[in-house]
Design a protein around this ligand. Structure first.
Ligand SMILES: C[S@@+](CC[C@H](N)C(=O)[O-])C[C@H]1O[C@@H](n2cnc3c(N)ncnc32)[C@H](O)[C@@H]1O
Length: 470
């Protein structure tokens, strides 16, 4: 069913825009821009709203622009690419403010303008693609009557579909030679008759590929094979290594599991170095750099240039002094922790992934940093009295949890500990706001600083600076 002449009033969460039907029902419209007047097609009825797509734009919003990407209409990855960058960042700021007000019951704090990303495109250092012998087909393709000859694809999952892959020609999120490497691999596979994975039938040789890069132009390729890679698979890797000298590390895995996660797989080094090395300017502003080893399983912020801005903001807001004991909860491979260790007395980083903690310790050694200590374990079990008896109670605490936010037990301990300064970094302002609604009892918000790490997408990072109420 189509609803005519809908005025799109404002941006909502997750890249959707909001309008209303004549009977007052809320419409969440995909692909719309606030200011559009459009006919919208209902695709799903929910309890409190109707999900819609654009059927026809009558008057386009002045914020609209032509997307750079040829896959914009079908790919769900960059849901704001059809509006100008200034508007994208306005929508993201608004989403943070709305969540903090509606869910977080925020009653204090200065809202600082969002920090823009220096690059709108080619900012990512990591992308993952899937192979499929059952390519996703657009409605136009299905209705065209043209016989579909090739169903092989190498690209991203079609939005909401675990078993359908969209073939991607050019993706503008990672610098070159990302597209060249992917297209070479696909063409090589087609030319040599290598089979692509079929997720429903569970057969085929080529399953997924991941490309990681550093700002200085080192590349890592990780390919997962569903069938044994001996012979054809290894020959493919040999050809990629020969063709792309920039790839300094090639890994592969033989994955026959039901899922694509590499974290529990034994990855084999085909050629080159075991890790990439990323560099970041030192927090001391002395012209030196910190170096970080990035293995195939390591977490590293995916927009490395903007990660440096993020860390500088964290240090500035944390007002770390030489005598401070700083805790870094959810430390990953210790990047923020090591950055802060340069200006603090001591930093304690806590993280659940053992490989990440090993990498953090190695990164500390490589950078001659001796005042950073790393502890492995689930936050709700290890962030307790035992640790602060051993290392001292924190004067400053930084928390950068995953999208789900912090466990209630962890928040409870933060409330009990009464830490003078907390910097809460989050990539999900809704869960951050939920956590804030409990922290509110003891802490007040001083500053709210959103930062855009992922232009074109709806994702936004937010930093909250908290201090004790009393
Ligand atoms: C957003 S990342 C933070 C990374 C790090 N601060 C950085 O900038 O590189 C969140 C981290 O939390 C870790 N994590 C997730 N759940 C956890 C838990 N229950 N206990 C401890 N760490 C956890 C993840 O492994 C991940 O490294």
């Amino acid at each position: 069913m189509v609803i005519k002449d809908v005025l799109i009033k404002r941006a909502g969460g997750k890249g959707m825009s909001i309008g209303h039907a004549p009977d007052g029902q809320t419409l969440l419209v995909k692909g719309a821009a606030p200011g559009d007047i459009a006919d919208v097609r209902i695709i799903r009825k929910r309890k409190k709203h109707l999900e819609c797509v654009i059927d026809n734009i009558i008057t386009p919003s002045p914020n609209r622009r032509d997307p750079l990407c040829e896959h914009a209409e079908s790919c769900g990855g960059c849901s704001w690419q059809h509006v100008n960058y200034e508007s994208q960042t306005e929508f993201k700021s608004q989403e943070v403010q709305d969540n903090l007000t509606r869910i977080g019951n925020i009653d204090s704090g200065e809202f600082i303008p969002i920090i823009h990303a220096p690059e709108e495109y080619r900012y990512r250092n990591k992308l993952e693609f899937s192979f499929s012998s059952n390519r996703w087909l657009s409605i136009d393709e299905i209705n065209s009557g043209v016989e579909i000859v090739s169903r092989e694809a190498l690209g991203y999952h079609a939005p909401g579909m675990w078993d359908k892959i969209m073939d991607i020609n050019t993706c503008h999120l990672q610098p070159e030679p990302s597209n060249s490497i992917r297209l070479f691999i696909k063409q090589y596979a087609l030319d040599h008759g290598l089979s692509f994975y079929h997720p429903r039938k569970r057969l085929g040789l080529l399953r997924t590929m991941m490309l990681r890069s550093t700002q200085k132009g080192q590349w890592m390729l990780v390919i997962q094979f569903y069938e044994s890679p001996e012979g054809d698979g290894i020959n493919l890797l040999d050809s990629v290594a020969e063709k792309f000298q920039e790839i300094s590390s090639i890994y592969y895995a033989h994955n026959t599991k039901g899922n694509d996660s590499i974290y529990d797989l034994d990855l084999k080094l085909h050629s080159g170095d075991s890790a990439l090395t990323e560099y970041m300017p030192s927090a001391l502003d002395n012209g030196k750099e910190l170096s970080f080893k990035i293995g195939p399983k390591s977490f590293y912020q995916t927009n490395p240039a903007q990660a440096h801005r993020l860390y500088c903001e964290v240090i500035k807001l944390a007002k770390i002094e030489k005598e401070d004991i700083v805790y870094d909860l959810y430390t990953g491979t210790g990047t923020i922790a090591l950055f802060m260790a340069q200006v603090a007395k001591k930093v304690v980083g806590i993280e659940s992934v053992p490989e990440a903690i090993e990498a953090a310790k190695q990164n500390a050694l490589n950078n001659n940093i001796s005042n950073a200590h790393f502890i492995v374990g689930d936050m709700r079990n290890v962030f307790d009295e035992k640790i602060w008896n051993e290392h001292g109670k924190p004067n400053v605490l930084v928390a950068d949890p995953p999208r789900d936010g912090m466990h209630p037990k962890v928040i409870q301990r933060l409330n009990e500990l009464k830490i003078p300064r907390i910097i809460y970094v989050s990539c999900n302002s809704a869960t951050q706001a939920r956590d804030l609604s409990i922290l509110n009892e003891i802490y007040k918000v001083d500053l709210i600083q959103p930062i855009d790490m992922f232009p074109q997408t709806h994702h936004v990072e937010n930093i909250l600076s908290l201090s004790l109420r009393y």
